[in-house]
Design a protein around this ligand. Structure first.
Ligand code: AMP
Length: 274
């Protein structure tokens, strides 16, 4: 695996990679969920690129940017083992020089749910992904369904701006007890870790109740009761998968989405309704 830490090094390497080229952007602290994206890219592509970049633009000043888990050595070993050809791991200063000032407005789809709780988050995500895609120039972009709203925002950006790449969404990797894998799971205390799968169980309860004919309001009320007392729910809802507008029935394509805090750690999860 070759490693590029500057944009010019990256361009030189990406220019000569055989095609099709699959690209997996990440913020590092890699787990099996990230590696599922790499494996899918490996299966679909002739060459595979990954990036590890904790993007300051997508964190609010009050959020966990500085304490976000980082493991450069471990990440490199995992990516090399998974068959990545080129790793792009730039510094924040090289991505964002002092006079950097352009960003992407994702519109209403980026202002609801995660975007309402984390103002500016999707602006930061869309801006870094478009910059990364312009550097890597892949044929396909691999994203995890785990971040469902992010997939909707980025698919919309690719469509609206005519970015010539294929977006591939990979299903969520989970721990044995149902908890969606996440770099932030490392923050959980043992008690919080035990409570965390209840978010997944609550989403399953919504799907089951609505599939059985109960109204969304009833189903969500029942699901709230499934949540562990340590969970503080931010939201639970059923949305159209393309627009993220709330819907009253489980008509596909849709997501049952949820976010909850366990102490200071916020976890997201969703179920794909197809
Ligand atoms: P992150 O490093 O959290 O920015 O995630 C990088 C990519 O990995 C994103 O496309 C995520 O949606 C994806 N991802 C994160 N967790 C999982 C998971 N448990 N299963 C599948 N993909 C995931």
């Amino acid at each position: 695996m070759q490693i590029a830490s500057t944009i010019s090094q990256a361009r030189a390497l990406f220019d000569v990679l055989p095609r099709p080229l699959g690209f997996v952007p990440t913020m590092g602290a890699l787990h099996e969920g990230h590696l599922a994206l790499v494996r899918r890219a490996r299966a679909d592509s002739v060459a595979v690129a990954a990036s590890v970049f904790v993007n300051p633009l997508q964190f609010a000043p009050s959020e966990d940017y500085t304490r976000y888990p980082r493991d450069a050595q471990g990440d490199q070993a995992k990516l090399a083992q998974a068959g990545v050809d080129v790793l792009f791991a730039p510094s924040p200063a090289s991505m964002y020089p002092p006079d950097f000032s352009t960003s992407i407005d994702t519109g209403p789809i980026g202002d609801v749910f995660e975007g309402a709780i984390r103002p500016g988050h999707f602006r930061g995500v869309a801006t870094v992904v478009s910059k990364l895609v312009n550097i890597v120039r892949p044929d396909a972009l691999y994203l995890g369904q785990k971040d469902a709203q992010q997939t909707a925002v980025l698919r919309r950006m690719v469509r609206d701006l005519e970015i010539p790449i294929n977006v591939v969404i990979v299903q969520t990797e989970r721990e044995a007890d149902g908890l969606a894998m996440s770099s932030r799971n490392a923050y959980l205390s043992p008690e919080q870790r035990e409570a965390a799968p209840s978010l997944h169980h609550a989403l399953q309860a919504v799907r089951l109740a609505m599939a059985g004919g109960r109204s969304k309001a009833d189903a969500i009320a029942a699901a709230r009761a499934r949540l562990h007392p340590l969970a503080q729910l931010d939201y639970i809802d059923v949305v159209d998968a393309n627009t993220f507008n709330p819907i009253e029935t489980l008509s596909p394509p849709a997501f049952v989405i949820g976010a909850a805090r366990f102490g200071t750690t916020r976890l997201l999860d969703n179920l794909w309704i197809e």
